[in-house]
Every structure is written in C-alpha cells, then in structure tokens.
Ligand binder design. Structure first.
Ligand SMILES: Cc1cc2nc3c(=O)[nH]c(=O)nc-3n(C[C@H](O)[C@H](O)[C@H](O)COP(=O)(O)O)c2cc1C
Length: 313
C-alpha cells in the first residue's frame, strides 16, 4: 500500500520533495531524471539532482529518494547506476516514459518502448551493476503511439530483473490527457509477478480507491495532484487507516509557499524563485479557489521579495 511521489522535472526538485514529505503520507520519492549519455555523469550533477545522497539518501523527514536515470546506452546506464548506488542512493529507477521530442530524438525516454529488447538489455545491465540490496525499478508508459507493445515492455522490465515497475497509464501520444487508462494497469498487473505501481490521474482519495480497485495494484505514484494538493498523500494514508485527516486550508498552503520560497532563495536567484512559485500556483489553482486570485495578484511580480510584500503587506 505504498504511496510514492512521482518524479517531475523542473517541479518536484529537492525543495519540493522536502516540503511534501514533511507534510507526510509518502513512502518514497523519485528524483527528476538524470540524463546519461556516454561515460560517467559528473558527481556534481548527481548531487544536484539528488542532494539527499549526502544525508543517507533520505529527505529530512526520512523518506528515501530513488535516483532516476534516463538514457538508451545500457553500458553507460549500468556504469552510472553502479556509481550512484555506491554513493548511497536507496534505489535506481529507469525512465522509459519521457515524451519530450528532444529527449526521444537522443535515444532516451518513451521512444525506447518501440524496442522491448532494448528495455530488457538496459534493465538487465543496471540490475547486474548494482548490489542486490539496491532496488532497481523502471517507469514505463503504455507505448509510443499505441498500446501494442505494452505487455511486452512490461515483461522486458520484469525479465531484466527489476524489483518493481511503475506504469504511467498512457501512451506517449496520449500526452497527459485524462483519463488515464487504468484498465491497462490491471492487464499489466495480471501479467507480471513483480509489484506494479499504478500511476496517472490519481487526484483524490476517491480516485485512489477506484484506481486500486480497477487495477488491482497495491502501490500508487502521484504526480501533478501531489503538487496541487500538498496533503493528498496524507489524506490517502489516513483513509487507508479508516481515519480522516484535517485538510490543509488555503492560508496554510500559502504559508508553505512562502516557506518554500525562503528556502529556495538561499540557493537560487530571487527571480527564479518567483517563477517557481508561480509555477506551483498553477498546480494549486486546480485544487484551491483562492490560488486563482493569488496567482492573479502575483503574476506580474518579478522577484520573491515583491511577492512576499504583496502577500504580507
Ligand atoms: C512537468 C512534469 C515533469 C515530469 N517529469 C518526469 C520525470 O522527470 N521523470 C518521469 O519518470 N516522469 C516525469 N513526469 C511524469 C510524472 O511522473 C507522471 O508519470 C505523470 O504526471 C502522470 O501522473 P499524474 O497524472 O499523477 O500527474 C513528469 C510530468 C510532468 C507533468
């Protein structure tokens, strides 16, 4: 019954992981993808993507952070997976879902789903390169243009020796459009013996239960709604225990936003902090009516200081 925080490039960074795991409900997180081409990825790039490696591979609240690798070169993926596991990452995840044209043109992400044998080769090489005690997982979509190879790819992940698989229940062609195809999660879950983590369009406690029921998957991963509703995992965790958590009020979320800004401002230029907070507000707008007004109030402001002054005059 694990609840995982999804990798989201440019959105769920170490600051956001820290904040969301502090609110609670999550059993694990996955970093934004780390691009692997040829040879070793510089150590500083690894630590930038996953600074938690220096604190035992966990967020300050003690939640493990798996490092996600993206690339099509099995040898380079294995080399870097071995290095990163050696640095203390609590898990290695392989990205076979990224739909970006640029990434796909460079032999990475979802495009690899056209060749299940390559998925197998990459997973097997990575599995061999990291200690048995380090979990290896892969995150796939259902295919590139259609679902024809969905089961074959899922089998390739299992046969390559992955400990579990996360399935984002869409093809690349589906983009991020709702509804996610949960019926496919059931098909993959039935076909494989390793655990399948369900991903795609889990946005509420009700949808969590429906997805579990429809897919038969025990574990889930939450992406956009985790950012839009910072207490969603906690709500689900309480619901699993037949309890009800008090929902976060907008004022509390707004304070969290300012806290996040303050933390980011220690390592980032103020205008970049402002951009990131506006980005967060676009997710919050889906869940909190007040976030719509807040976004309007802040959209033209350029720096974090201006934002603070506007929110706390
Ligand atoms: C802005 C953005 C960035 C993402 N970055 C990654 C990534 O780095 N690695 C990855 O495997 N998936 C990435 N994803 C996909 C999510 O992890 C997730 O599979 C997808 O959003 C579906 O889940 P959701 O409906 O709960 O959002 C990203 C999605 C978004 C919207």
């Amino acid at each position: 019954m694990r609840i995982l925080l999804a990798p989201m490039e440019g959105v769920v960074d170490p600051y956001m992981r820290e904040l969301l795991t502090r609110i609670g409900g999550y059993d694990g997180c996955v970093t934004e993808f780390l691009r692997v081409t040829r040879g070793r990825v510089p150590r500083r790039n690894i630590l930038r993507i996953c600074p938690e490696i220096s604190t035992g591979g966990r967020t300050a609240s003690g939640i493990p952070v798996t490092v996600q690798l993206l690339g099509g070169d099995a040898e380079a993926m294995a080399l870097n997976a071995g290095i990163i596991a050696g640095m203390g990452a609590p898990g290695i995840d392989l990205n076979f879902g990224c739909p970006s044209k640029q990434v796909n043109a460079n032999d990475g992400g979802a495009i690899l789903l056209k060749k299940p044998e390559r998925i197998y080769a990459i997973v097997a090489a990575v599995r061999q390169a990291v200690p048995d005690t380090t979990p290896v997982s892969a995150k796939i979509r259902l295919g590139v243009d259609d679902t024809a190879l969905a089961l074959e790819n899922a089998h390739a992940v299992e046969d390559g020796g992955a400990d579990f698989i996360t399935v984002h229940a869409r093809t690349r062609a589906d983009g991020y459009r709702a509804p996610a195809r949960w019926e496919w999660l059931a098909a993959v879950n039935e076909a494989l013996s390793i655990p399948v983590t369900a991903n795609g369009d889990i946005r509420s406690v009700e949808e969590y239960w429906r997805c579990r029921e429809m897919s038969g998957c025990e574990d889930v991963m939450i992406g956009r709604a985790a950012v839009g509703r910072p207490d969603l995992a906690l709500q689900i965790r309480y619901a699993q225990q037949q309890r009800q958590a008090k929902a976060l009020h907008w004022q509390e979320v707004r304070d969290l936003m300012l806290q996040l800004g303050e933390q980011m401002a220690e390592g980032m230029e103020s205008r970049h902090v402002a951009t990131r907070l506006k980005q967060w507000l676009t997710y919050l707008k889906q869940e909190y009516r007040e976030a719509v007004d807040c976004f309007e109030q802040l959209r033209r402001l350029r720096t974090f200081e201006e934002m603070v002054a506007a929110i706390r005059p």
